[in-house]
Write a protein that binds this ligand. Structure first.
Ligand SMILES: [Zn+2]
Length: 325
């Protein structure tokens, strides 16, 4: 598969070199997809959007804590990489109050800083069912009728009435899963991936015009590479989570609103659902310093492995190109 890719890349390089009159940034394909210079870390949600709510904490705060830990660890372990956060406080990015506008901002920021990798941090939730919880009782007056005809009268009584609310049942699922965008969304990613078109974020225009046929081919190739690279790092994240004893729920492709940002970023992108905030043991873990530290370390280790993989592919691609393979 890799050889096939290398051959098609080399072939494309020569086709474009000899057939096109417009300048082609062929080296850019290698450079953009094979070097990890800028890592965009995106803590999901942000107030007024708390994300999923646990018994005493919310997803947006957990995501922020893990994201800040991760950024710090990247800067220590990989000082050559630049870290860009989409937000660094409890609120939605850039003073926004609308979560859709915030998602567009996240994607635009990532594209504007020419990120090489986008990592969105979230906490998971699911529908666990609800239970009725009695808060207390109050008395209520009611009446009935007694007697007949002119003797008929209201008789007052009191009764005890429960005050209650419904609470989400505690979850039982635990573990970590990592999302990449669904393959059927590759066309969208191609649009977003086309250079300096980040204003396309959030704009579902299927009649996108490329500058040239070559630009379209390059964009498609780049997106295929983003997909492969996203899958690689997602698998590394899951493996690293498994190594520290987390339940490995796998790499998943999904197409839902919350994952839109993965399609809108012109770079490999993943969304890590660190754990289930609705499950008491998981909520405690995600809120603990030790848990946040473990999550950040696992993702960092995955990034280190991913970077090494990119550099290996890059070296062998360049060697094959030099040797004319
Ligand atoms: Zn979320």
């Amino acid at each position: 598969m890799r050889n096939k890719l290398i051959i098609s890349f080399s072939a494309l390089f020569f086709i474009l070199l000899f057939t096109s009159s417009t300048p082609i940034h062929s080296s850019k394909i290698y450079a953009q997809s094979s070097i990890l210079k800028t890592i965009v870390i995106d803590p999901g949600h942000g107030l007024p959007d708390p994300g999923a709510q646990g018994a005493y904490s919310n997803e947006s705060d957990i995501a922020l804590a893990i994201a800040l830990q991760l950024g710090k660890k990247i800067q220590e372990a990989l000082p050559m990489c630049k870290v860009v956060y989409t937000r660094t406080d409890r609120n939605l990015p850039n003073g926004l109050t609308d979560k859709n506008a915030a998602n567009r901002y996240r994607a635009k920021l990532a594209n504007d800083v020419h990120g090489d990798l986008y990592i969105s941090i979230h906490a998971n939730d699911y529908e666990t069912g609800r239970k009725k919880v009695i808060d207390g009782y109050h008395t209520e007056k009611y009446y009935s009728w007694s007697g007949k005809g002119s003797k008929r009268k209201k008789v007052w009584h009191t009764r005890k009435v429960a005050d209650y609310h419904y609470e989400k049942l505690p979850g039982t699922i635990n573990g970590t899963e990592t999302y990449i965008w669904a393959m059927n969304k590759n066309d969208d990613k191609v649009k977003f991936a086309n250079d300096s078109k980040s204003e396309f974020a959030g704009n579902d225009d299927s009649s996108y015009q490329y500058d040239s046929p070559e630009a379209k081919i390059l964009a498609n190739l780049r997106v295929q590479k983003y997909f492969d690279n996203s899958k690689s790092i997602a698998e590394f994240v899951q493996e690293e989570m498994g190594k520290i004893g987390r339940v490995n729920l796998g790499v998943k492709q999904r197409d839902w609103e919350g994952i839109w940002v993965l399609q809108a970023t012109a770079m490999p992108s993943i969304l890590v659902e660190t754990g289930f905030i609705c499950t008491p043991s998981e909520e405690a873990y995600l809120n603990s310093v030790a848990g946040q530290n473990e999550m950040a370390n696992s993702i960092l280790n995955a990034i280190i492995r991913y970077k090494a993989k990119l550099e290996n592919i890059n070296n062998s691609t360049l060697i094959n190109t030099i040797n004319g393979k």
